[in-house]
Design a protein around this ligand. Structure first.
Ligand code: M6R
Length: 610
C-alpha cells in the first residue's frame, strides 16, 4: 500500500529517496514526505498529493545529509493531508519514522501516552508509534531497544523505518505483515517496500522475514528478530531490468502492459510447455507431485482480478482434470471456519504476492493441514516464500494499478496447471496436444487483437459518457465478464457489473433501456445460441450491445451495435483473448473521461492491509 524508501551511505540521500518514491508511487499516492538526518536536526518535508507536489513545494536540494527516509501514503487513519503525511516524529523531534500497515491497538497506546502528557498533531496510528518509541528511548537510552520494545507491544502490521539524530549513522527497519527489502550497495544501503525503489542502485537485495529487524549503518547491516535473536540473511538478485519500470514511450503503464501481453504470455509457458507430449513441465511443483496426484479437491483463494483468474481455473481444472474446485475470496475464507482436509490443495493466486487477505487465508489453510501452493508474479514476495511450492507467472513488474498482463499470465499458468493435473489423470494425449498448441498460438492472437486497438478506441469515445455498463458471458467467459467490469469501474469510475448471461433475466434485465450498454462475450462455443437469445432480449428493450465475437461471425453484426472480433482458440482459452478488447475498452474509456489511468482514485497496487 504505502511506499517506503530509506538510504544510508556516502551520497546525498534526498534525491535518491525522491527517485525511489517516484518508483513506488503505484503503491499509494495521496501524500508524500521525506526526512533527512542533518544532525542535530531532522529536516522533514511532507505534502498531500503526489511526489511531484512535494518537489514543487520544497527545494529538495536544501535537504542535505546522507541518511534519510521517504514515504508515499495510501491513507488508512486520517484523511490525506500534509499533517497526516509521513514521516512522523516523536515528541522531541529527534526520532522520525515511516510506516506501512496498521497499528491495531494504537488507541490503547495513545491513551497511555496522553495520560503521560504527550500530545499529537496527526490522526494517524503511525504518529502514536513514533511518540511511543520516543518515550521508550527516554527510559532505555538506546534506540534499537526502544524500537524493539515498542514493536513487541504493538498489535497489527508494520513495515517500519526509523531514523534519528540520537543515532545519526543508523537506520532501523522492521517488518510484520508488510514487506521490506534491503538493497545492498558498496558502503551504502537502502531499505524499501519493494525492489523497484532500489534497482537503480543495486541488484543485491535481502528480503526481510516476518518479525525481523535490520540495523543498517554506512558500512554494513545486521538482522535479528524483534525478540532479539540474530538471524542469517541470504542475499538475492533482482530478476527484472530497470527499463521494465519505464513507460517505454507509452502514455501510461497500463497501455504498455496491455501491449506487453504477447511477450508476457509467452514468458509464462516458455521452457514449460511440451507440445509433443501434450503436457507441461512445472519445476516449481516437483516437490508436491504426490500431493497433487492424490488431491481430492483444489481450493483457489485470491482477491480482485486474481480471484477472477481462480474462477477461470475452476472451469479449466474441472474440465481437464475432473478434480472438484472451489474458489474463495481470501477475505472471507478464514472467517467462515472452512472445512479443509490434508487431501486438499489450497492455491493462492496473487500478482503482488503481498495481499494481506490472501496471505491470511493460506496461513489458515496451512494450520488446517492443507498443502499450500502459490501462483505469484513477484519473485521473493511473502506469499511465494510462505507456500510449500508454486509456479511463478513471469509477467515482469506490473506498475499500472489495474491488473492486465498479470491476469492473462495467471490464465496461462492455470491452463498449464490444469493440463498437468489432467495428464496425471484421465486427459488423453491428443486433447493435451490441442490445449498445448492452442496455448502456443495465443501470443500471436493477442498481437492480432492489439492491431485493431483503434476500432476499440473509437467505440470507447462513443460510450465514455455512460453511467453504467453490464458485462455478460457464459461458462468460462463469465469470469472474463466479471474481470471486464472490474477493469472499467477501477479506472473510469463508471458503474459496471458482470453476470452470467443467463442470469440477466433473473434481475438485471430490469436495468436495460436505451441508456444501458451491454457487453456480451459471444464467441462461437456451445452456449453461442443461448447468448444470441440474450442479445435479442437486450435489443428488444433498446439496450445497446457491444459483442466480443469470433472472427468470421457474420451473423452477430446484424444483432449488435458494435462487434469486436477475436481469433478462434480452444474454448477454454477464450477468456484470455476476450480480456484484451475488454482491457482496451476500459483503458480508452478512462482516458476519454480524463481519468488518471495508472493511479485511479482510492486504489493501490498492493493491498497489504486487511
Ligand atoms: O496482488 P494481488 O493479485 O493479490 O491483488 C489482488 C487485488 O487487489 C487486485 O487484483 C486488484 O483487484 C487489482 N486492482 C485489479 O486490477
Amino acid at each position: 500500500m504505502c511506499g517506503i524508501v530509506g538510504y544510508i551511505g556516502q551520497q546525498q540521500a534526498a534525491p535518491i529517496i525522491i527517485n525511489g518514491l517516484k518508483r513506488l508511487e503505484y503503491r499509494g499516492y495521496d501524500s508524500a514526505g521525506v526526512c533527512i538526518v542533518r544532525s542535530p536536526e531532522l529536516d522533514i518535508a511532507k505534502k498531500a498529493g503526489r511526489v511531484v507536489d512535494l518537489e514543487a513545494n520544497v527545494d529538495i536540494s536544501l535537504l542535505t545529509g546522507t541518511t534519510g527516509v521517504g514515504h508515499t501514503r495510501w491513507a488508512t487513519h486520517g484523511i490525506p493531508n500534509d499533517v497526516n503525511a509521513h514521516p512522523h516524529t516523536d515528541a522531541s523531534g529527534r526520532i522520525a519514522l515511516v510506516h506501512n500497515g496498521i497499528i491495531e491497538n494504537y488507541l490503547t497506546i495513545k491513551k497511555k501516552l496522553v495520560a503521560a502528557g504527550y500530545g499529537f498533531r496527526s490522526e494517524t496510528d503511525s504518529e502514536v508509534l513514533a511518540v511511543f518509541i520516543g518515550m521508550l528511548y527516554d527510559t532505555l537510552g538506546d534506540l534499537e531497544s526502544a524500537v524493539r520494545t515498542a514493536l513487541s507491544e504493538v498489535e497489527g502490521t508494520f513495515g517500519l523505518v526509523v531514523v534519528s539524530t540520537v543515532e545519526p549513522d543508523m537506520i532501523i527497519a522492521a517488518r510484520r505483515g508488510s514487506p521490506l527489502i534491503l538493497g545492498i550497495g558498496n558502503d551504502e544501503f537502502l531499505v524499501a517496500s519493494d525492489a523497484s525503489a532500489v534497482i537503480a542502485h543495486t541488484r543485491q537485495v535481502v528480503y526481510l522475514h516476518e518479525n525481523e529487524m535490520a540495523i543498517l549503518t554506512r558500512t554494513g547491516f545486521t538482522t535479528k528478530t524483534i525478540a532479539n535473536v540474530e538471524t542469517h540473511s541470504v542475499i538475492d538478485e533482482i530478476t527484472f531490468e530497470l527499463d521494465q519500470l519505464e513507460k517505454g514511450g507509452f502514455p501510461h503503464f497500463m497501455l504498455k502492459e496491455i501491449y506487453e501481453q504477447p511477450m508476457t504470455f509467452r514468458d509464462g509457458y516458455r521452457g514449460r510447455l511440451l507440445i509433443d507430449e501434450g503436457n507441461v513441465r512445472l519445476g516449481g511443483l516437483t516437490s508436491v507431485v504426490d500431493k497433487l496426484r492424490s488431491a481430492k479437491r483444489i481450493i483457489f483463494t485470491a482477491c480482485g482480478t486474481s480471484w477472477h483468474a481462480g474462477l477461470v481455473g475452476e472451469y479449466l481444472i474441472e474440465h481437464l482434470a475432473r478434480i472438484p474446485v472451489e474458489v474463495e475470496y481470501a477475505s472471507e475464507f478464514r472467517y467462515r471456519n472452512p472445512i479443509i482436509t490434508p487431501d486438499d490443495v489450497v492455491i493462492a493466486i496473487s500478482q503482488s504476492g503481498e495481499t494481506a487477505d490472501t496471505l491470511a487465508a493460506i496461513r489458515e489453510a496451512r494450520l488446517r493441514g492443507a498443502t499450500v501452493l502459490g501462483m505469484v508474479n513477484v519473485v521473493g514476495s511473502t506469499i511465494a516464500r510462505e507456500t510449500d511450492a508454486g509456479v511463478y507467472l513471469h509477467a515482469g513488474p506490473e506498475i499500472g494499478v489495474a491488473s492486465t498482463k498479470a491476469f492473462t499470465s495467471q490464465l496461462c499458468v492455470l491452463t498449464q496447471f490444469a493440463l498437468y493435473l489432467g495428464r496425471m489423470r484421465q486427459l488423453g494425449l491428443e486433447e493435451g496436444k490441442n490445449i498445448a498448441r492452442a496455448l502456443d498460438a495465443i501470443p500471436d492472437q493477442i498481437h492480432a487483437i492489439l492491431e485493431k486497438a483503434d476500432v476499440i478506441e473509437a467505440i470507447a469515445k462513443e460510450y465514455a459518457g455512460v453511467s453504467n455498463i453490464l458485462y455478460l458471458g457464459r461458462g468460462v467467459n463469465f469470469p472474463a465478464a466479471l474481470e471486464g467490469a472490474l477493469k472499467l469501474k477501477e479506472i473510469s469510475y463508471i458503474h459496471a457489473e458482470g453476470y452470467p448471461a443467463a442470469e440477466m433475466k433473473h434481475g438485471p434485465i430490469a436495468l436495460i433501456d436505451e441508456n444501458m450498454p451491454v457487453v456480451f462475450i459471444a464467441t462461437k462455443d456451445e452456449s453461442y445460441d443461448k447468448i444470441l437469445s440474450n442479445i435479442q432480449e437486450v435489443r428488444a428493450r433498446n439496450g445497446k450491445v457491444i459483442a466480443i465475437a469470433s472472427e468470421g461471425d457474420d451473423h452477430i453484426s446484424a444483432l449488435a451495435s458494435h462487434v469486436l472480433t477475436i481469433p478462434t482458440t480452444h474454448p477454454l482459452l477464450t477468456p484470455v483473448l476476450a480480456s484484451i478488447p475488454l482491457q482496451l475498452l476500459a483503458y480508452y474509456i478512462a482516458v476519454e473521461r480524463g481519468c488518471n489511468v495508472d493511479m485511479p482514485r482510492n486504489l493501490a497496487k498492493s493491498v497489504t492491509v486487511e
